[in-house]
Write a protein that binds this ligand. Structure first.
Ligand SMILES: Cc1cc2nc3c(=O)[nH]c(=O)nc-3n(C[C@H](O)[C@H](O)[C@H](O)COP(=O)(O)OP(=O)(O)OC[C@H]3O[C@@H](n4cnc5c(N)ncnc54)[C@H](O)[C@@H]3O)c2cc1C
Length: 477
């Protein structure tokens, strides 16, 4: 394919400019033409919102305990191989980040300083104030901008993928991903490649690519109360369901125990787990403790919801009375400021908190190289599921997981391209009528995702019931 055909073509097309998308781009060789797109501004992604930090294996002695903490939090439903890969890759990834200029908090002797969060048996989390995600992602973005082979486009929405029929070994018919269909504004630099116009005035552009990487983040935008950006609506999952790309455990959705209670509409503000890790306590309406704050997230979230029901209140309280004022104003300075904006001085009084949708453990099913079941289509970061988190994510494992498996996607693409395994991308006949009414198209994706979540929940429940029956049968046998 060449430019004279006026088709957009790139070697690797990465959908998403969070940590997963940017790190994947950086790990690809300079001789590949790489394109990164984001639905909104490049910085509008959950990676910028991460507060608490990023886990790292402290030393060899920490391996068993880190592994066990991750498995226990995940209800032992984690993929052990993925957990092992993540933990063993952590020191290398952190070294890489420091090389890009990421500034983690240090002790007086210059060594890395670790904090602790719920369900970790020891402090092993690196942090930068309470804006670790912003520190990491902005450094990655700076680095990406130095690479002339990586091209960034914002306000470009993937609306579909392009599927190409191919033949593989023994002339067997198969299919590969050959790019995406995007919607862009009429004044976008990509509009010149448009093949159609949607009802909302946006231009529909086919973007061909040898490999596509979904790094589209979570699904919080499907929920009324979530800590996520509202434009993160799990679009990749809707598209996957339309193209027989497999999902795994889409009902594994994490509710964060503590977001600042507010009656205002919009994204819920997270009160990081490390506040509890550093001594924050949860109180009921009579200002009495009712739960061990350091239990796994799902357990604490359920305890809060139960307490709210018992008390008939829309929130419980979080007190930071056991944390030094100086620590609150330095380590948690952004949380402190946000509470002040909402009328609470958290150095002097408890703040109202409520659980909200926070993280997506399930997702597009991938193998240990972040490959989906459709050739030339990869997924990494929160959109994907390699089973590392099991049923519940251990705090501060997600930035790490996103980075580790994004790098593996890049490594695998390079290996596969050496083998020239798949027929090259060809121009595919596309029915552009499908993209005229984008509102209905995304509504259909939303419905399909919510149905898939429900089906998966029912399957898990049925399997659990069967397992309980088998257990009681064998106990009575
Ligand atoms: C408030 C908050 C605090 C957190 N704190 C921590 C923490 O302390 N430690 C930790 O490890 N994790 C934390 N997390 C989780 C972590 O931030 C995310 O899991 C991680 O950043 C996900 O990275 P990502 O690259 O997969 O997705 P994101 O960073 O969310 O990026 C998604 C990208 O995909 C793009 N996109 C989506 N759909 C489309 C589409 N259709 N077309 C084009 N582009 C699209 C978006 O525009 C965006 O650029 C936190 C999350 C939140 C919300």
């Amino acid at each position: 394919m060449n430019d004279s055909e006026n088709k957009f073509f790139t070697d690797v097309l990465i959908v998403g400019s969070g940590v997963a998308g940017l790190y994947c781009a950086l790990k690809l060789p300079e001789n590949l033409n790489v394109t990164v797109i984001s639905k909104e501004a490049l910085e509008d992604c959950d990676s910028y919102l991460a507060q608490g930090g990023i886990c790292m294996l402290k030393n060899d002695e920490d391996y068993d305990s880190y592994f066990e903490d991750t498995m226990r939090a995940g209800h032992y439903l984690n993929n052990k191989e993925s957990v092992d890969i993540m933990i063993r890759s952590s020191q290398h990834v952190i070294k890489d980040l420091i090389g890009y200029g990421v500034d983690f908090e240090r002790n007086e002797d210059g060594s890395l300083k670790f904090t602790r969060e719920g369900a970790h048996s020891t402090p092993r989390i690196l942090f930068h104030e309470d804006i670790t995600g912003k520190e990491i992602t902005s450094r990655l973005l700076e680095e990406v901008k130095k690479h002339s082979n990586i091209h960034l486009y914002n306000h470009v929405t993937m609306t579909d993928i392009i599927e190409q029929k191919i033949t593989v070994k023994n002339n067997q018919p198969s299919r590969r991903c050959a790019g995406i269909i995007a919607s862009v504004a009429a004044d976008s630099p990509l509009a010149g490649y448009a093949e159609a116009e949607a009802d909302d005035g946006s231009m529909i552009v086919p973007m061909y690519a040898e490999n596509v990487v979904w790094a589209c983040g979570g699904i919080g935008g499907l929920y009324e109360h979530s800590t996520n950006y509202p434009h993160l609506t799990g679009d990749a999952l809707g598209i996957a369901l339309n193209h027989e790309v497999e999902l795994l455990d889409p009902d594994y959705i994490q509710i964060h125990p503590t977001t600042l209670y507010s009656t205002a509409k919009g994204r819920s503000f997270l009160i990081s787990e490390s506040v509890r890790g550093e001594g924050g306590i949860l109180l009921n309406k009579d200002k009495k403790r009712f739960v061990n704050e350091l239990l796994p997230r799902d357990v604490v979230a359920n305890a809060i919801l139960e307490q709210m029901k018992k008390d008939g209140t829309p929130h419980v309280w979080l007190s930071m009375e056991n944390i030094k004022e100086s620590e609150i104003k330095t380590h948690f300075c952004h949380i402190y400021q946000e509470c002040l904006k909402n009328g609470y001085d958290c150095t002097k009084e408890p703040i109202p908190v409520v659980p909200a949708q926070h993280y997506f453990m399930g997702g597009v099913k991938v193998d240990r190289w972040s490959k989906t079941n459709l050739s030339c289509l990869y997924a990494c970061g929160e959109t994907s599921c390699n089973g590392v988190h099991g049923k519940n994510r251990l705090a501060s494992n997600s930035l790490l997981e996103s980075l580790v498996f994004a790098a593996r996607a890049a490594a695998h693409m390079v290996e596969e391209s050496k083998e020239k395994k798949y027929s090259a991308v060809e121009i595919v006949k596309v029915d552009y009528k499908k993209y005229k009414d984008l509102h209905s198209l995304f509504g259909m994706y939303r419905e399909k995702i919510l149905n898939a979540i429900e089906r998966s929940r029912e399957n898990h429940e049925r399997n659990n019931n069967d397992a309980e029956c088998r257990q009681s049968d064998s106990a009575s046998a």
